[in-house]
Design a binder for this molecule. Structure first.
Ligand SMILES: [Zn+2]
Length: 68
């Protein structure tokens, strides 16, 4: 089962949950404030708004050092 990420519209709490494909937020509620207003977040790994973990920076695997 894929892992989906939801954000609570009330308190902004974000959490992940395992669901079947196509399953919605029905019956789910925020584990923090118990609100049922949840917004589905799409593929955290594909989002590049932060630039976090999307582009490997130099210094990680030795790329760019002593390449020639
Ligand atoms: Zn909440």
């Amino acid at each position: 089962m894929p892992l989906y990420e939801y954000a609570c519209a009330e308190c902004g709490h974000r959490f992940e949950i395992l669901q079947r494909i196509g399953e919605g937020a029905d019956g789910l509620s925020c584990p923090q404030c118990d609100a049922a207003k949840l917004e589905k977040q799409y593929s955290t790994f594909a989002s590049s708004s932060d630039g976090k973990a999307s582009v490997p920076t130099a210094g990680g695997c030795g790329a760019g050092s002593g390449f020639t």
